[in-house]
Every structure is written in C-alpha cells, then in structure tokens.
Design a protein around this ligand. Structure first.
Ligand code: GLU
Length: 465
C-alpha cells in the first residue's frame, strides 16, 4: 500500500508551497487507494502546535483535502525517539561524544583556515577512555566515512552524494537528550509506514543523513520525490509579497478553492497541455514521476484566469454559498440565479463578485460624484424623469427583454438614443456608471424598486440645485 504524509513544522498557518506538497502527497495516496497521513513537526516546542494543526486542518477542509488517522505530534513522541537512540547506542551504531563547544569551535576555525569543509572529525567515534568530567555528551551516529550514498529520486532521477562531501557523524540527540531533526523525521516516517516521501527539494541535502539512520536501524528506505521550489516571476525565492502566504488569505482575497488547487497542481506538474482539472481528474491523473524537474514560476495572471474560469462555470448555488463569506447572502432572494448569471462573467474574484451583488441588492447610499457630474448634466435628468413617468404608466415589467422592449419604444418615441439614458439608469440603480447589461439589472432589481431608485436619484439631484 502507498502511504504518503505531510509533515509541516508549526507556523500557525498553511503556506501555499506546503499546500502544494500536501496536495501531491494526498493525490498520490488517493489514486492508489493508500493512506495520506499528517504529522506536526513540533520538536522545538517554540510554537503552539495544536493551533498550527488546527490551521492546517481548516485549510485542508477549505480545499477539500482529508488526511487519514490521527494527527501525529512529534512533541508527544520523545520516548519513542529516545528508545531508538538507545538502540543505536546498544548496537554500537551511535556513540557519546564529549567534545565541548570550545573544542568544536576550535576545530571549525582550523578547518576553515585549511579551506576544508567544516565537519566533526570523529574523535570520539572509537573512544574507550574515561570521559571528561562535567561534559554532558551528545549522541552521534556513525555515518559512512567514504563511499557514496545514492538513491533514485522520483523527480530528479539518480542522486548521489559522496559521504566525504556531505556527511560526518552527525548528532542524533543533543546533550539535553532531545533528538534532532533528521533523526526524528526518519523514525517517524519509518514507524508510520511511509512508503513515499514527497517534499520540497530544499530537503534534498537532508536525505543522505536520513538514509544513514534508515540503514542503521534496518528500516526500509521509502521512495523520495523532491519537488522543485516555486519561484517568483523574476526567478527568485517566492516571498510573502509574491503570494507565498497563508492559504486562507487566498479565500479572503476571493479565490475559490478549486482555483487554488488547480493553480498549485499545475505549478510543477503537467498532464499534456490540460489546464483545468477537477479534483477527481487530479486524482485520476497525478503521478509524482511527472513532476517537472525545474522550478516553476508563480503567475498571478494564471491564478486570476483560473478564478474567472471557475466563477463563470461553477453552479450558481455554489457561488451563492461563497458570497456569504463576504457577508452577502442572496440565498433567499427570488432573483438569485439571475443575479449570479448577470454578474459571473464580470467578476475576477468572489470578493469583487460580492461587491457587485451588494450594489444590486441594496439601494445606493451614495452616488459616484464623478459619474454624476459627467453623465447627469444637460438634459439627462429631464430624460430620466420622462422615463420614470413612462414607467409609472405600466402596471409592471417582468423580465430583461420586456425592459429592453419598453425602453427602446420609449427612446424611439422621444427620438433619443440609448446612450442618452443608459448611464443615468446605471447611476440610479447602482450608484455608479459601471454595471452589467442594464436590462438584466433592471429585471433583477424589479419594476417597483427600479422606480424607487430612479425617484431617489431625482430627489438627490434636485436637492443639489
Ligand atoms: N517539516 C518540514 C518542513 O516543514 C518537512 C519535512 C519533510 O517533509 O520531510 O519543511
């Protein structure tokens, strides 16, 4: 069975780069009917890991990712790690090192002077003497001193490290007994039965160390897939300003979860030239072996393009639900479908969408001064008043095409053009000269309220003069 995992360090939110590796791991497990596990790497205890886990679960929930089983917290597993440290000590695969900080510093200075790689020199590796007094030892693992460590990475192909260049007898437990990063990651991955590790390639240099631990304990080495980083459009590391933020920020900015997943899966993976993927398609097609070898650049236009795609195509009911996040609830509005359909082509984000809906469903509280000055000059108000009088003569007007017919007949009779009236109607309806097709808007607002809004603008205009 394929078992993957996502192993974030607790930052208090889920970063989009993290969501991408989580997504890849999730998809690969689901595609194979395997398991996708979640582990919080909270060994330094500096941050609140429960909050961090909640933030991740919240973000997973938003995008529709689910993990299997309970969340594992490294901070709760110190006894397990200690027992494996002891096991390595007992089998002679690890040893106590009594080197003081001063000695270690002196060694570093010496190696730097000789332009050598700074590394532990193994001086306690075969030590049998009496340990120096008053020094709490660290525990070091015996790493290969020469030769190579190779593995086949699903993304990078065969990766080989020379032990001499990469390794030394690294510390697996500090002098206070706490285990170190590469050690606990390995123990957990092995005990959790992880068969495939998908993670950022910033972890590539940790892998030979982890392999040393796997081998020392006789654990089966998983398959690794090191995913290239997401870069900004200038080819540099993605910063917060570029969009490397909390996944939930994307919701606050009005992106749909479909957009974000679709965006992230394509940032580093492709399936022919297909751009749009449903979650089901992602699950059916994703294979970590197709992850791109080179880094991908974050592209904000693409993100917006995907968002407009989903806003145009998702069912209206779904969009109505999304609007609530921005405090706009039209679920009981009798024209809710018409509202969505009139506006969905125009909104790039749900946030924008909500603002547009709000404009239509509420009577304008203020009017765009620029638009008033520009469009309500000359005889515009007289025309609007005549239009209102004509409207009063009707008993009702049902729909957009009836509004169109009515308006065209009115204009023809008066020898006017649509441009003589359209902007005034827009300002009356939504407070500004920007709105979708006026006839659709008139139909949505409805005959009675249309008259009220026109009357309100007329009164406002009169109060100015
Ligand atoms: N905790 C590491 C991180 O957040 C991930 C470790 C791993 O995936 O092996 O970058």
């Amino acid at each position: 069975m394929i078992v993957t995992r996502f192993a974030p360090s607790p930052t208090g939110y889920l970063h989009i780069g993290g969501l991408r590796t989580a997504l890849y791991s999730f998809l690969w497990a689901r595609r194979n009917g395997g398991k996708f596990l979640l582990r919080i790497e909270d060994t330094d205890l500096a941050r609140n890991s429960k909050e961090a886990a909640e933030a991740i679960v919240e973000a997973f929930k938003w995008v529709g990712l689910t993990h299997d089983g309970d969340i594992l917290y490294q901070s709760e597993r110190f006894d397990i790690y200690k027992s494996y440290v002891q096991k390595l000590l007992d089998t002679g695969k690890a040893y106590k090192c009594y080197m003081s900080k001063e000695e270690l510093d002196a060694l570093r200075v010496e190696q730097m002077a000789k332009k050598e790689r700074t590394r532990y020199d193994g001086r306690y590796r075969d030590f049998t003497g009496t340990p120096p007094l008053g020094v709490e030892p660290v525990i070091r693992i015996k790493a290969p001193l020469d030769g190579q460590i190779s593995f086949v990475d699903g993304v990078k192909g065969e990766v080989t490290f020379n032990a001499k260049d990469m390794l030394d007898d690294f510390i697996i437990a500090r002098s206070d007994g706490t285990p170190t990063y590469n050690f606990v990651v390995t123990i957990d991955d092995a005990l959790m039965g992880v068969t495939e590790v998908i993670r950022g390639d910033d972890h590539l240099s940790n892998t030979p160390k982890q392999i040393v631990v796997y081998e020392a304990l006789g654990f089966k080495i998983p398959r690794f897939h090191h995913v290239p980083m997401i870069l900004n459009p200038e080819g540099k590391k993605l910063s917060k300003r570029d969009g490397a933020t909390d996944v939930m920020e994307y919701q606050k900015e009005g992106y749909l979860s479909e957009t974000l997943l679709n965006f992230l899966i394509r940032l580093g993976w492709s399936h022919g030239d297909q751009e749009i993927f449903s979650l089901e398609e992602m699950q059916a097609f994703f294979d970590p072996c197709d992850i791109n070898k080179s880094a991908s650049a974050y592209n904000k236009e693409k993100l917006l393009w995907l968002n407009t795609h989903y806003i145009k195509t998702l069912p209206a009911e779904r969009l109505i639900k999304e609007l609530k996040f921005f405090g706009v609830d039209i679920s009981l509005h009798n024209k809710k479908i018409e509202i969505i359909d009139a506006l969905r082509e125009r909104a790039k984000t749900i946030k924008e969408f909500a603002a547009m809906v709000e404009q239509i469903i509420t009577v304008p509280q203020a009017y765009d001064e620029g638009a008033v000055a520009k469009f309500l000059s000359g005889n515009a108000m007289d025309i609007l008043e005549m239009y209102l009088q004509a409207l009063h003569k009707e008993s009702t007007i049902e729909n957009a095409s009836a509004f169109e017919q009515f308006t065209k007949a009115f204009l023809e009779e008066k020898g006017l053009k649509l441009k003589d009236l359209a902007q005034s109607i827009r300002i009356a309806m939504v407070g500004s000269a920007v709105s979708p097709s006026i006839f659709e808007i008139l139909a949505i607002i409805g005959y009675d309220k249309v008259k009220q809004r026109i009357q309100k603008l007329i009164s406002y205009k009169r109060s100015l003069s």
